[in-house]
Design a protein around this ligand. Structure first.
Ligand code: PLP
Length: 807
């Protein structure tokens, strides 16, 4: 693409002038970014078209990943790496007086997801393209991504993320591919020969306009597609004004009400809010996606009878589950299929991933709401439910007494998780323990009926973004030690394991870590005005703020260290920098209180000369992908301390491991598989087991008050939340009550002592750098299985039945 630096620079200069109509001497960083991105986009575009043609030509089966969230992060570095021009571009720009890293900061960040679930979707797209698999994304082009977080006087403040205000260099609007999506209105049947014909007179029609983003494969010429839908009015302004007799205000109101559908990502993945609009979003992107997929496949394939051999659709969590009745509707109402045939085809196309065991996240829609928004779809759901319940009564009569739990419609609600299992050929969990709990607890009756439908696909992360790009120093040193093959085959990282005792390698790992910590320290200085010591242990907990993730356990432990340092002159510890990053859902009051507590501790500790030589607390605001990329490479300790059995998998844990941080964690989610890889001696495990937690939840027997009254140290900590000794009187009453009045739902007090002991083990091991870095090397070496390339190969082989395509 670019022959050499001279050619790049010449093209760049020419392009700059044409794009900006001024000399390069007047360039802003943003002008330069736009110029560079447009050059890269041009190269991507030809591969993009070529890939599309190849898939058609080879009649490859294609998978579509339906997800309400894609937490993409920035594209520039990724695309440069994928096109194999990162080095050349970086050097050429430097010669022109620009730092690539600074230009990259100009790119608006597509934060179209909340956390792990959305980031997983983004890692999967990256792996699909890298493996040359025909796989595409389908989602919503939110005008506002997840809110930006500011911390003001310790409080979280939410600011809208207007990420599109300066345009998006990585998207192409495809107005020619727009489709209409109907809502509301009424449905009637008309006799038609032997059968009936369905008519739907919608109350509202929304035009879905796709914006396509190229997903560039790693140095393989493959460019897949991420199609994000935007909601627009189906009418021209004049047309609307004609129909409505020239009322301009109505026009604006009409447009506004339609655009709302793709305006916001719901920042609340767990609670009850903005319900109707959310259902509208779900049907909107699912219906538009299906229509556009079927349109393009119908052009080439005579019949949809074997649709399951041509396409696969994956349902990421319950949000896109309405795609099941929507495909049924298309096959029956538009393609003239009989029910049984349509049902067979639908199940063969669809597969489903469950992401959480949290009861409040399992979606249920009130029948009335669902029926009035989607009248025809509701009829189909009712029929699916009728047939399913009949099947249960006939073939599994002993399950009749559990009908309320397993029916798709019960108690006036539609249970989307049940519909998902019934209407697909595959349901998977995202880590071994999670899948086991699904089979044994949440979905045990379904498991009994459809044992072969259930399977596990342990999550993964793309090692390209999370190691090669975010940690170039470490990547280079790994390649020096074991060669480059791990970039294509991340499992080759295990060649490091036998080098774990290599002194030189250990020392180099230590100096790379120190270098990365220095860079993060600079960022912390800029952002928070806090000086942190790069020789202290960087102990990091970054993830969404949620009670089950137990940021509070971490906070209470730091609080206990504060007392020890204040009062026990003989107490010694390796200095630590505790780093947090976490957004709380705007309506999640408790989570916001934990943020306030963390910031109060930070103020207390960072300003106390008795303790601030040993402890610093840093709360980095606005945790997001681009910040994460700077944090993982600089971390020594990875905090994965959820209440056992509550974290489905976690993926942050994998990013830390791959960057040479050691895990302190409970036996939860993928921590268990990390432990299995590295063995107990290379990880700091503590706390109750999943079984012990589940027993408490099932049989009771836990008393937070007993913990509180039997451990004086703990008692004092908890009292100080409200007694005015450190903070205002009653200041953290809500947290205090969560622990004592509401009996500590997440068993924080029960695990406190065990956590403290694990932290002491970390302190001891860190004093022995040879042992510490031996463990670090072992962890990096064993991290290859957590590449999403491994995960995606498993989905491709066992669920989607798709094959790599040579482009
Ligand atoms: C990886 C990632 C997550 C998920 O973190 P967990 O620790 O698995 O909850 C959330 N947000 C961002 C920005 C991430 O990169």
């Amino acid at each position: 693409m670019f022959k050499d630096k001279e050619q790049f620079k010449k093209t760049f200069n020419d392009r700059f002038v044409t794009m900006h109509g001024k000399g390069i001497g007047e360039a802003t960083e943003n002008d330069v970014y736009q110029t560079l991105a447009s050059m890269i986009r041009e190269h991507v575009t030809s591969d993009w078209m070529h890939t599309r043609e190849t898939y058609v030509h080879k009649r490859s089966k294609q998978v579509y990943y339906f997800s309400l969230e894609f937490l993409l992060g920035r594209f520039l570095y990724n695309n440069l790496l994928s096109l194999d021009v990162l080095g050349l571009v970086q050097e050429s720009l430097r010669e022109l007086g620009h730092e690539l890293a600074d230009l990259a900061e100009e790119e608006p960040e597509p934060g179209l997801g909340n956390g792990g679930l959305g980031r997983l979707a983004a890692c999967f797209l990256d792996s699909l393209a890298a493996l040359g698999l025909p796989g595409h994304g389908n989602g919503i082009r939110y005008q506002f991504g997840l809110f930006k977080q500011k911390i003001v006087d310790g409080y979280q403040v939410e600011v809208p993320d207007n990420w599109l205000k300066n345009g998006n260099m990585w998207e192409v609007r495809r107005a020619d591919k727009a489709v209409d999506v109907p809502f509301g209105g009424h449905v009637w049947l008309e006799q038609h020969g032997e059968g009936y014909r369905i008519h739907h007179e919608p109350a509202e029609i929304v035009r879905a306009v796709p914006y396509d983003m190229p997903i560039v494969g790693y140095q393989n010429g493959v460019v897949n597609n991420l199609r994000l839908w935007s909601a627009e009015s189906p009418f021209d302004d004049d047309e609307f004004l004609d129909r409505n007799k020239g009322n301009y205000k109505d026009l604006l109101a009409h447009k506004q009400s339609i655009q709302t559908i793709s305006e916001f990502l719901y920042p609340d993945d767990t609670t009850y809010e903005g319900k109707v609009l959310r259902l509208k979003q779900q049907y909107f992107f699912v219906s538009a996606g299906l229509k556009s997929i079927l349109q393009s496949h119908k052009k080439r394939n005579a019949s949809l009878k074997h649709l399951g051999n041509i396409i696969a659709i994956h349902i990421n969590d319950t949000h896109p589950v309405v795609s099941i009745p929507e495909l049924m509707r298309i096959l029956i109402d538009e393609e003239g299929f009989e029910w049984e045939e349509a049902w067979r085809v639908t199940k063969s196309v669809m597969s489903f991933t469950n992401h959480t065991l949290l009861a409040e996240a399992l979606e249920r829609w009130p029948v009335d709401m669902f029926r009035s928004l989607l009248p025809r779809i509701y009829m189909i759901v009712e029929e699916i439910n009728r047939r399913f319940c009949k099947d249960v009564l006939e073939n599994y009569p002993h399950l009749e007494k559990h009908m309320r739990d397993i029916a798709i419609i019960s108690d006036g609600m539609i249970n989307m998780a049940n519909l998902a299992v019934v209407g697909t050929h595959s349901t998977n969990g995202v880590a071994q323990i999670h899948t086991e709990i699904l089979k044994q607890r949440e979905m045990r009756y379904f498991y009994e009926m459809f044992p072969l439908r259930f399977n596990n696909k342990t999550n993964g992360i793309t090692h390209r973004r999370w190691l090669m790009l975010s940690n170039p120093l470490l990547s280079e040193r790994i390649s020096e030690a074991i060669g480059e093959s791990w970039k294509q085959h991340p499992s080759d990282l295990q060649k490091l394991v036998k080098l774990a005792k290599d002194r030189q390698l250990q020392q180099d790992m230590a100096s790379i870590k120190r270098e990365n910590k220095l860079r993060l320290a600079e960022l912390i200085k800029e952002e928070n005005g806090i000086e942190v010591d790069p020789d202290s242990i960087f102990d990091v907990q970054v993830k969404r703020l949620h009670a089950y993730k137990r940021q509070l356990l971490n906070a209470l432990h730091i609080h206990s260290l504060y007392y020890r340092l204040k009062e026990d002159k003989s107490f010694k510890m390796v200095p630590r920098t505790f780093i947090f990053g976490a957004k709380a859902a705007p309506g999640y009051h408790y989570a916001k209180e934990v943020i306030r507590y963390l910031n109060a501790l930070a103020t207390l500790i960072n300003n106390d000369p008795d303790v601030n030589k040993f402890i610093k607390i840093v709360f980095l605001e606005n945790y997001r992908v681009s910040l994460a990329e700077k944090i993982f490479p600089a971390s020594d300790v990875s905090e994965q301390i959820s209440t056992a059995s509550y974290e489905a998998s976690g993926t942050g844990n994998m990013k830390f491991m791959m960057n040479g941080a050691l895990t302190i964690g409970t036996l939860d989610g993928a921590n268990i598989e990390i432990r299995d890889e590295v063995e107990d001696k290379n990880i700091f495990i503590f706390g109750l087991t999943p079984q012990e937690v589940m027993n408490y939840k099932k049989y009771g027997g836990y008393s937070a008050y007993d913990q509180y009254s039997s451990q004086p140290e703990l008692r004092r900590l908890i009292d100080s939340l409200v007694d005015g000794s450190l903070f205002g009187v009653g200041e953290f009453r809500m947290i205090y009550d969560s622990l004592l009045t509401y009996n500590d739902e997440f068993l924080i007090l029960k695990d406190f002592m065990s956590y403290q002991q694990a932290q002491e083990r970390i302190d001891r091991v860190y004093r022995n750098p040879e042992l510490w870095y031996e463990m670090v090397i072992c962890n990096i070496g064993k991290s290859g299985v957590f590449s999403s390339d491994r995960t995606i190969k498993e989905y491709a082989n066992a669920i989607w039945n798709i094959k790599p395509v040579q482009v």
